[in-house]
Design a protein around this ligand. Structure first.
Ligand code: ATP
Length: 233
């Protein structure tokens, strides 16, 4: 569904992604893991049209989407649930959810809102509360639901567990697992490698702007290098 070939990303004169290739097939959950600064976020941003691609190609459902605008990428069916949630703090929960559907022009948004409130009952309780006053975990649920409001074909999660208490991290992982069960295609970036590898059908390990290892979630969970460097046991 998503095919990346020889992708390069540079910030000014400095190349930080050195020609990576990866695939996400329909219905799969694929994780990108690796240390801080390894290039996971830059890869996501390049897919989503948020930083320019300096080399290589990104195709989605067979269509070349390299260097499309962020808006056009959402239109094509890719939505990002961003690092740090980035909810609109002054707006109500409900308004935030409606913002997620801004590229849609169908009349099923109310039905989807109802579906989201059913999936995340806490959002119904907080519907009229300013999003900035929600807890970190609630804001993450809101960010996830807002992403789903765009009715994406591919949903990208950037560090969904960041800054959350362990119990809430488990809730977020369970939520992503539920979304996966609906058949959604998922690309997940996580510092929490264990959580990512448990959720993922397949995963890629990034180091210094390159992919150094790939395999199923299970394979990487027991790969000596991954265990030593990223799973800490
Ligand atoms: P993190 O988990 O910290 O986000 P990451 O694996 O996602 O790490 P990136 O954020 O993609 O890594 O960073 C890859 C490299 O690009 C790093 O060396 C980083 O310092 C550099 N970088 C990221 N954003 C910028 C920017 N806007 N300008 C210049 N360099 C940047």
């Amino acid at each position: 569904m998503l095919n990346i070939r020889d992708l390069k990303v540079s910030y000014g004169p400095i190349e930080v992604i050195h020609g990576i290739s990866l695939d996400v097939n329909e219905g799969e959950c694929v994780a990108l893991i690796g240390a801080n600064g390894a290039g996971k976020s830059s890869t996501l941003k390049a897919i989503c049209g948020l930083v320019p691609v300096s080399g290589g190609k990104v195709t989605f459902e067979g269509r070349d989407i390299t260097n499309l605008s962020g808006h056009a990428v959402v239109k094509a069916g890719i939505t990002m649930c961003p690092e740090g949630r980035q909810v609109f703090p002054q707006m109500s929960t409900l308004k935030n959810l409606r913002m997620g559907a801004y590229t849609r022009n169908d009349d099923e948004q109310d039905a989807d809102l109802e579906r989201m409130m059913g999936m995340f009952p806490i959002l119904r309780e907080r519907a009229h509360q300013a999003a900035g006053t929600l807890s970190g975990g609630e804001q993450e649920m809101l960010a996830i639901a807002r992403a789903l409001m765009a009715r994406p074909k591919l949903c990208i999660f950037d560090e969904p567990s960041l800054g959350l208490a362990p119990k809430i991290v488990a809730d977020v992982a369970a939520t992503i697992a539920r979304i996966k069960e609906t058949g959604m295609t998922i690309l997940l970036v996580e510092q929490n490698s264990l959580m990512a590898l448990r959720l993922a059908d397949r995963a890629y390990l990034f180091e210094a702007g390159e992919i150094v290892l790939s395999g199923t979630g299970e394979e990487l969970q027991s790969h000596p290098e991954v265990v030593k460097a990223y799973l800490g046991h």
